[in-house]
Design a protein around this ligand. Structure first.
Ligand code: FAD
Length: 490
């Protein structure tokens, strides 16, 4: 034991990973979480016999979960089981075509050749390029701190060689000519809050990351992973306080010395690790006089990820032909992305991600029923959309579109439904501008340019989670805790 205490604010995948890694380093760790359950965006809603994972559903890089159990000489399989999915995603296009993506490379090549045989060769080259990006972006850089500008400068020649100045869409377009396959292979940044037309092509590493380990589902849902961590944390004597919102990070003589809870109680500790959205934390939870690089005016000018409109719903029948993960591609691609990210208007049309966990795990719904969520990327709250007024209408438009295409008679079969809009993201997770994934993953906001994992001017204050390096998504935020561990070890 180090005889040192650490406070973790927030219990998303980043906060939990940080708590476990700190515990393993010998700290006495306590988590303070605003919500009434662990998991952050990975919390669970239970309603009318259905179990809805609120957020992350696509589980990749399983070793990141295994590592946390191994720290304590335990095995992840003894706590939660993962199941490999095939296909990983099924893309549905408005002309009725499906592109089933996943399985082996030759499975994907067969699918691509249904659209355009010429793109098979291009796909092979894209995978090779993604591997090169993965070797640097994931293997070399995702777990190391970017708290030194000169370290960042040193990486620039490699990043240029890997064409990181291109966007995801531009890089994919160099290899793939068919418009539908091009779009399908470019949407990955949307899973992290980025516009494929703006996000640096470093994020093409996701293609290889998925190829290397596959796409998994945790039996019992993503919530089962959070439960597994809950059990592990209890065994390892990490204290967890739910319903405990932190209002301030206490700083004395340029040193974090603890936190103030919303009920005005002060808690002192040697380290403070924030898993909250750093944009919100810098703007609301640290006194102005202690801010240096991230003053409110600067944070305000950052580019924020999109918002999300998510409808959770159950049906009294099973839609057996619907895959576990479906990407329902709308008619427009560039125009729609511009509406969401640039014009910031709520378009009448949409592209959707549909989650059907009951495709792999009937325990998520009552017998013979299906459990779903459907997610539509929408502008964040920088737009002036009145979500209170429009949400129901927007939800009905999505139900209707699904009913007319892949879920016939949907509305007749609905048993339960509710939604989250960007206002809910703002209120529930204290997410600035109601963004789904904190600041967006553009080149100018990556690595050193992103919120650093170690405060630049306040000693003993650290950050993990989506807004920090390396970025959003479950593998990203779990890696941010590895960055923290590496900082503390050195
Ligand atoms: C709908 C949706 C679908 C997604 N799908 C995927 C996917 O399939 N695969 C994938 O890899 N990623 C996915 N993501 C992204 C991924 O879920 C997130 O990037 C990741 O889970 C964020 O983790 P985090 O550690 O940043 O913390 P968060 O999950 O954001 O949790 C932070 C926690 O901190 C708490 N908190 C904040 N401020 C305070 C405070 N002041 N006091 C106390 N507590 C506080 C919040 O209440 C919250 O519980 C999805 C996200 C969403 C929203």
């Amino acid at each position: 034991m180090l005889n040192k205490t650490a406070t973790v604010i927030g219990s998303g995948f980043g906060g939990i990973s940080a708590a476990l890694r700190l515990k393993n380093l010998g700290y006495d760790v306590t988590i303070y979480e605003k919500l009434d359950q662990l998991g952050g965006r990975a919390r669970v809603f239970k309603k009318d016999g259905y179990t809805f994972d609120a957020g992350p559903t696509v589980i990749t890089a399983p070793f990141l979960f295994d590592e946390l159990f191994e720290l304590f000489k335990k095995k992840r399989e003894d706590y939660v089981k993962f199941r490999l999915l095939n296909p990983w995603y099924s893309f549905y296009f408005q002309d009725g075509n499906y592109f089933n993506y996943g399985g082996s490379i030759s499975d994907t090549e067969k699918e691509i050749s249904k659209f355009d045989k010429k793109d098979v060769e291009g796909y092979r080259k894209l995978v090779k390029m993604s591997q090169k990006i993965f070797d640097v972006g994931f293997n070399k850089l995702s777990h190391v701190p970017f708290d030194n500008f000169f370290f960042m400068i040193k990486q620039i020649p490699t990043l240029i060689r890997l064409k990181s100045y291109l966007t995801v869409y531009q890089l994919v377009s160099r290899y793939i000519k068919n418009q539908q396959i091009r779009q399908a292979l470019s949407i990955q940044p949307l899973l992290l809050g980025g516009n494929p037309l703006d996000t640096t092509s470093i994020y093409n590493l996701i293609h290889f990351l998925e190829r290397k380990w596959g796409v998994f589902y945790a039996m019992g849902g993503t919530g089962a992973i959070i439960n597994a961590f809950k059990k592990l944390m209890k065994e390892e004597k990490i204290r967890v306080n739910l319903n405990s919102e932190v209002s301030q990070i206490l700083v004395e003589n340029k040193k974090a010395v603890g936190i103030k809870l919303k009920n005005n109680k002060n808690i002192h500790s040697d380290l403070v690790i924030s898993n909250g959205d750093p944009a919100f934390v810098y703007s609301n939870m640290i006194e102005d006089k202690n801010l240096k690089r991230w003053k409110k005016s600067k944070v305000k000018k950052l580019d924020f990820s999109m918002g999300l409109f998510v409808i959770y719903f159950g049906t009294k029948k099973k839609y057996n032909n619907i895959a576990h993960h479906t990407i329902w591609m709308g008619k427009r691609f560039e125009g729609l992305l511009n509406d969401i990210f640039k014009r910031k208007i709520l378009a009448k049309d949409f592209s959707l991600y549909l989650h059907r966990p009951t495709a792999s795990d009937p325990s998520m719904a009552p017998k013979s029923c299906d459990c779903f969520y459907v997610l539509s990327p929408v502008p964040n709250l920088i737009s002036n959309i009145n979500w209170r007024e429009i949400s129901k209408e927007y939800m009905n438009a999505i139900f209707l579109a699904l009913e007319k295409t892949i879920l016939p008679d949907l509305r007749k079969n609905l048993t339960t439904y509710f939604f989250m809009n960007p206002e809910d993201f703002k209120n529930d997770y204290l997410s600035m501008n109601g963004s789904g994934f904190s600041i967006s993953p553009i080149f100018q906001q990556s690595a050193w340019f992103r919120f650093n994992n170690k405060s630049e001017n306040i000693k003993n204050l650290y950050f993990v989670g989506a807004g920090t390096h390396p970025g959003a998504g479950v593998p990203g935020v779990m890696s941010s805790a590895k960055v923290l561990e590496n900082i503390l070890k050195n």
